[in-house]
Design a protein around this ligand. Structure first.
Ligand SMILES: Cc1cc2nc3c(=O)[nH]c(=O)nc-3n(C[C@H](O)[C@H](O)[C@H](O)COP(=O)(O)O)c2cc1C
Length: 330
């Protein structure tokens, strides 16, 4: 499969959300979409508990590791250390506006330093045996995106990156929380489309505010190589991910009830290793979004899953809220 095809749809990197349990869940709904990890900083990879930070299940492929950092040597080292884990892609975060990230000169603030980003990706490419990609914004603060975005793409692609994911809004580095920075700066989809026209040889994926597969289809039809969906995929995976494989011409996979049933062995294995139910079910709360029984499903799981000893029977009980089947509370 070419790089372009595997990215027709992807699930965005989201800290605290797209952990390995979440990705296993998402993979049951789409065999095709590229799944991104939460951002892991290069210093954490170099100095931290790599088994915990980088471990994942084989079923998650294709899966991309997102790194945060701005020191070329450290990013190169992080890529080398990540290689044995077998990720399908390594992505550099040039879009995340959080304070913590800014203070380390990671993320969106790097939009102001394209030459440094070029050095970073060149160093990563020296070590990588898989594609190195970049996720960026259209600009930050008072930058003019029409000027800085093409310049950024030019310089970073000259260093060897062929694939960009563009979150189609600026990050305002002062005064907005990370959450506000995903909502308040206006989206400019037109600019991202113009970048694809200006750089037809690059793989350009669009991100920001996409909430449906129909919207994704529209962007693909308009010539973009892929669409990355974050919040909608997390909160309403039944609409966004079940059925997503049709973008590759594949038939539908499991429905939401079958997804829950298919999660059971994974949950059982997690519990058997001493894990907590809540660590997995918190990602499943949106599974029946908009369907009868969705509220009961959420309530049963949110109230019960953190209790000591909560197990598979709680999932069965929550599922009964949706399917209407009588089950014992276990
Ligand atoms: C809870 C949360 C955590 C996020 N963490 C990251 C991150 O680690 N790296 C990153 O590049 N973007 C991160 N983002 C931004 C998303 O990847 C995405 O760019 C943004 O949510 C816009 O896409 P959407 O409108 O489809 O959600 C995060 C977003 C959310 C909601």
């Amino acid at each position: 499969m070419t790089e372009n095809q595997s990215h027709r749809l992807s699930v965005a990197p989201m800290m605290d959300w797209t952990d390995r349990h979440c990705r296993v869940l998402h993979r049951l709904m789409t065999r095709r979409a590229m799944l991104y990890t939460e951002m892991v900083t290069a210093p954490a990879v170099v100095h931290g508990d790599r088994a915990r930070l980088l471990g994942y299940s084989e079923v998650e492929h294709p899966v991309a590791l997102q790194l945060g950092g701005s020191d070329p040597a450290e990013l190169r080292a992080a890529v080398r250390l990540a290689l044995p884990h077998g990720y399908d892609e390594i992505n550099l975060n040039v879009g995340c506006p959080s304070d913590r990230v800014q203070s380390g000169c990671f993320g969106a603030v790097l939009m102001e330093r394209p030459a440094l980003v070029a050095d970073c990706v060149a160093a990563m490419l020296e070590a990588a045996d898989v594609p190195v990609t970049v996720k960026c914004r259209i600009g930050v603060d008072d930058q003019d995106p029409e000027v800085v975005l093409p310049d950024f793409l030019e310089r970073v692609s000259a260093a060897g990156v062929r694939h960009f994911v563009i979150h189609a809004r600026k990050a305002w580095l002062q005064g907005l929380s990370p959450k506000e920075n995903r909502e308040i700066p206006p989206l400019d989809y037109g600019l991202v489309l113009r970048m694809k026209a200006a750089f037809p040889h690059l793989t350009i994926c669009i991100n920001g505010g996409v909430t449906s597969l129909d919207q994704a289809r529209g962007f693909l039809a308009a010539g973009l190589d892929g669409v990355m969906i974050g919040r909608a995929a997390y909160h309403d995976p039944g609409s966004v991910l079940i059925g997503a494989d049709a973008l590759w011409g594949d038939g539908p996979g499991l429905d939401a009830v079958a997804v829950v049933e298919a999660m059971m062995p994974y949950v059982a294995a997690h519990l058997a290793q001493g894990g907590r139910l809540h660590q997995i079910t918190r990602h499943m709360l949106g599974l029946f979004h908009g369907r009868p029984g969705a509220r009961g499903w959420r309530r049963v799981l949110s109230e019960g899953a953190s209790r000591p000893g909560a197990g598979l029977e709680l999932i069965a009980q929550a599922l009964a809220e949706v399917t209407g089947q009588a089950v014992g509370a276990g």
